[in-house]
Write a protein that binds this ligand. Structure first.
Ligand code: FAD
Length: 373
């Protein structure tokens, strides 16, 4: 059995950010940690991965500048009822490895269980023992199911990539992403999207649908076909994904275990998760360093820091917006939002974390709404 001070399961943005946070705060601890990934980077992923300004800032704070090919987006087209090609996760994981965290790919975690004053982690290659395991293993998190337990809701997304040349879409040339909430009118708790992105240097539209339950697969595929028709093209091969959304107050920790990123819960309103994954990871690194100092492995402080700090406050507000916009009076809320371009601008700045807007309270937003923005 191999002993490690920290075992991080999953090398998406959340796991890699945790590793980078450890490397920045406690290089010796980072050197005794391991980052495990069942796949190999760069993973075979469809496009999508819009990175909001907040995520770009967090990447800069980790000293990881975005060097992946990207399609710049300057504005959003939003339809109310009534991209980038991204290998950010690969870049982050490789940077964590360069900064001293051992990174083992093609090693799937198959079983985790509490074992004395720590956790035993079994993988497709070996067995580890560690005082702390980080569940950064995405929406279907094994660590969550085995050690932490319930909470959250599983949303779904379907998406595909279409060469722009095969469409009549102006979004790529116009550096625009399109969000279309019009299907909320007929009960969809989500939206359709089209993002510009580059695949092997070729302009593509990443087209998809995000929905919270109870949307079924057939409904999602019908909405995808509608969006493709709007772009003047027809169905191509698509992929479906679960997205574990932060709804209510999901459990984030157990003794010797903590969850980050989608394993903990992504934005329920839009399914955005990269900026949250980075924030979770940085908080987790801080909590792990503290636990190694104090010997308190409950991680209650981490759960409090997430829930009561800016990250949790934003997720809770997104939960409120989800209940309003996707609820029975959704049409009214969309109509109200459509009335005020200023409210829309504030909402977008808050969502994107521009100029620290997501750290301001509701009074600041109201003051800006009625005075100046
Ligand atoms: C269709 C779709 C479109 C999206 N578009 C956007 C977008 O435009 N912008 C945005 O911000 N977010 C978007 N998201 C959400 C975003 O992708 C996630 O929030 C983000 O990737 C979460 O990072 P993570 O590290 O928590 O999880 P993941 O990125 O899912 O990484 C988890 C990692 O764990 C590994 N893993 C899983 N199980 C094991 C195991 N047993 N053993 C070892 N390794 C394991 C996986 O291989 C994976 O590498 C989208 C999601 C989907 C599904």
């Amino acid at each position: 059995m191999e002993r490690r001070d920290v075992v991080i399961v999953g090398s998406g943005p959340a796991g890699a950010a945790t590793a980078l946070g450890l490397a920045a705060r406690a290089p010796a601890l980072a050197a005794r940690s391991v980052l495990l990934e069942k796949a190999r980077h760069p993973r075979d992923k469809t496009c999508a991965g819009g990175v909001i300004p907040k995520a770009v800032r967090l990447l800069e704070s980790l000293d990881v500048p975005l060097t992946v090919p990207q399609a710049r987006v300057d504005h959003a087209g939003v339809a109310l009822p009534g991209g980038r090609e991204l290998a950010v996760d690969a870049q982050l994981a490789w940077t964590a490895r360069d900064r001293g965290v051992e990174f083992r790919e093609e090693e799937r975690v198959t079983h985790v269980a509490r074992d004395g004053a720590g956790v035993r982690v079994e993988t497709s290659r070996r067995t580890y023992w560690t005082p702390v395991v980080v569940g950064a293993d995405g929406s279907g998190s094994l660590v969550r199911r085995a050690l932490v337990g319930g909470g959250g809701v599983t949303a779904r997304a379907v998406m595909c990539d279409v060469p722009v040349a095969a469409t009549s879409w102006t979004g790529f040339a116009g550096r625009r992403y399109d969000f279309d909430f019009s299907a909320c009118r007929t009960g969809l708790r989500g939206y359709r999207w089209a993002f510009p992105c580059l695949i092997d240097g070729v302009p593509h539209a990443n087209v998809g649908v995000y929905a919270l339950p109870p949307a079924c697969g057939t409904r999602l595929r019908t909405e995808l076909a509608t969006e493709l028709a709007r772009l003047g093209t027809t169905a191509v091969a698509w992929k479906a994904f679960p997205i574990h959304a932060y709804v209510g107050a999901p459990r984030l920790t157990a003794p010797h275990a903590l969850l980050v990123g989608d394993a903990a819960g992504a934005d329920p309103l839009m399914g955005e998760g990269i900026s949250f994954a980075l924030e979770y990871g940085l908080l987790a690194a801080e909590a792990i360093c503290a636990a190694h100092g104090t010997g308190d492995w409950s991680f209650r402080g981490y759960a409090r820091a997430v829930e009561r700090g800016p990250l949790g406050r934003k997720l809770h507000r997104l939960g409120l917006a989800t209940r309003l916009f996707y609820g029975p009076r959704g049409r009214l809320w969309f109509r109200l939002a459509a009335l005020s371009p200023r409210a829309q601008a504030i909402g977008l700045a808050w969502y994107n974390g521009v100029d620290g807007w997501d750290r301001r309270n509701a009074f600041a937003a109201l003051a800006a709404l009625f005075k100046r923005f």
